[in-house]
Ligand binder design. Structure first.
Ligand SMILES: Cc1cc2nc3c(=O)[nH]c(=O)nc-3n(C[C@H](O)[C@H](O)[C@H](O)COP(=O)(O)OP(=O)(O)OC[C@H]3O[C@@H](n4cnc5c(N)ncnc54)[C@H](O)[C@@H]3O)c2cc1C
Length: 343
């Protein structure tokens, strides 16, 4: 269950192994935390943006799917902002070499989904209960009950803990760990500002900034490989509980302070608060901070009589939080399912 990249990648492996797979997805789209806005000449990412050179699984998947990529724009100077004002740095110590999917990271999920057999993904099927029976495991959704020999839970464990009833319950340790495991970026707000051109580059700026003032604490260039679509994006960390994260006016004021008056009128400004996404983040997500629980050994132990396997990025010991971690978790869980079905 879960048609984020972990659930989809696991399904792809299982289908290749000749198994029958159904992917139950709560949202009316695939991708989960991979979410891209279509834009002229490419896509703009409201969720994951980058992959890095040391990540083999995502590189392989991109190559197998024939997806177009480009490098993160690095050239030019970065900006620095603190209570004393704004400063132009000599170079760009903020960005590191990384890759981007030109149509937007969601293309990775869409491409994997399109390879799966027709009808195997059930959108708008949120799982509310997972129950063990004598010789199968069942998932309850508003559209009925689905059952199989094995089930992969490819959603953040804290979300599963808060929204799904497990019958019988999970073992005490797994239940306690799942409840406390943070959701990577689950409390973050991402801001994307699209412009008609990457005007900052004309001034020798990389489009990157670090700010101790906010509201955006970190800003990067999100333009396409040839500069189109032209965009900047920023991260706004979790607000004080109960307060709005950020307004469009505050965002534009900060962009103008950092990059000049050309930033005054973005063509499009999108503010996406992931803590508002009920299929990503449980209530109180900003209070989950036990990052040492990522990849906890309990996530490698099949639960509910060996029929339930964990696979979101948070359950991976390698690259937890990243798409690469989601793939590592997916391949681990899919391997366990294949072994279980052949014994
Ligand atoms: C703002 C932001 C920036 C990021 N930047 C990067 C980056 O630059 N590089 C990088 O590598 N990673 C980045 N990440 C992290 C990356 O997006 C995740 O690691 C990855 O997408 C997680 O995939 P997943 O399949 O494990 O989980 P998810 O993408 O969360 O997928 C879970 C799926 O399960 C579904 N679901 C939830 N509840 C239920 C239910 N009850 N029943 C059925 N389905 C359900 C959800 O709708 C979703 O589709 C970022 C994330 C965010 C939010």
């Amino acid at each position: 269950m879960g048609a984020g990249i972990a659930g989809l990648a696991a399904a792809r492996v299982l289908v290749a192994e000749g198994l029958d797979v159904t992917v139950l997805e709560a949202r009316s789209r695939v991708g989960g935390r991979l979410l891209s806005l279509p834009a002229r000449g490419g896509g703009l990412d409201l969720g994951a943006t980058w992959f890095w050179p040391n990540e083999p699984r995502i590189a392989t998947l991109i190559a197998e799917l024939g997806i177009a990529t480009h490098g993160q724009f690095l050239a030019g100077a970065a900006m620095y902002q603190d209570l004393n004002g704004v400063q132009r740095l000599d170079d760009n110590p903020i960005d590191v070499p990384s890759g981007r999917i030109s149509a937007g990271m969601q293309q990775l999920a869409d491409a994997v989904a399109s390879e799966l057999p027709a009808g195997s993904i059930r959108l708008a099927h949120s799982v509310t209960l997972i129950g063990l029976a004598a010789d199968h495991i069942a998932a309850e959704t508003p559209h009925g009950r689905f059952w199989g020999k094995q089930l992969i839970v490819a959603i953040p464990p804290a979300l599963a803990s808060s929204t799904i009833d497990f019958v019988p319950g999970l073992d005490t340790e797994t239940a306690a760990v799942a409840r406390r495991t943070p959701v990577w970026m689950g409390a973050m707000t991402k801001v994307v500002a699209q412009f008609s051109s990457p005007f900052w580059r004309d001034r020798g700026l990389a489009g990157s900034a670090v700010s101790h003032v906010g509201p955006m604490r970190e800003i990067h260039d999100m333009s396409g490989g040839d500069g189109q679509p032209a965009a900047l994006f920023g991260f706004v960390p979790p607000p004080v509980v109960g307060q709005r994260t950020v307004t469009a006016k505050e965002v534009v004021e900060q962009l103008v302070a950092l990059f000049g008056p050309d930033a005054t009128h973005p063509d499009q400004l999108t503010i996406h608060d992931w803590s508002d996404e009920s299929y990503t983040s449980p209530p109180g997500v900003e209070q989950l901070d036990a990052y040492e629980l990522f990849g906890h050994p309990c996530y490698t132990r099949p639960a509910l009589d060996g029929r339930l396997h964990w696979a979101s990025t948070e359950t991976s010991l390698e690259y937890p939080g990243h798409v690469e971690g989601a793939l590592a978790a997916a391949y681990r869980a899919a391997g366990a399912v294949v072994r279980a079905t052949r014994t």
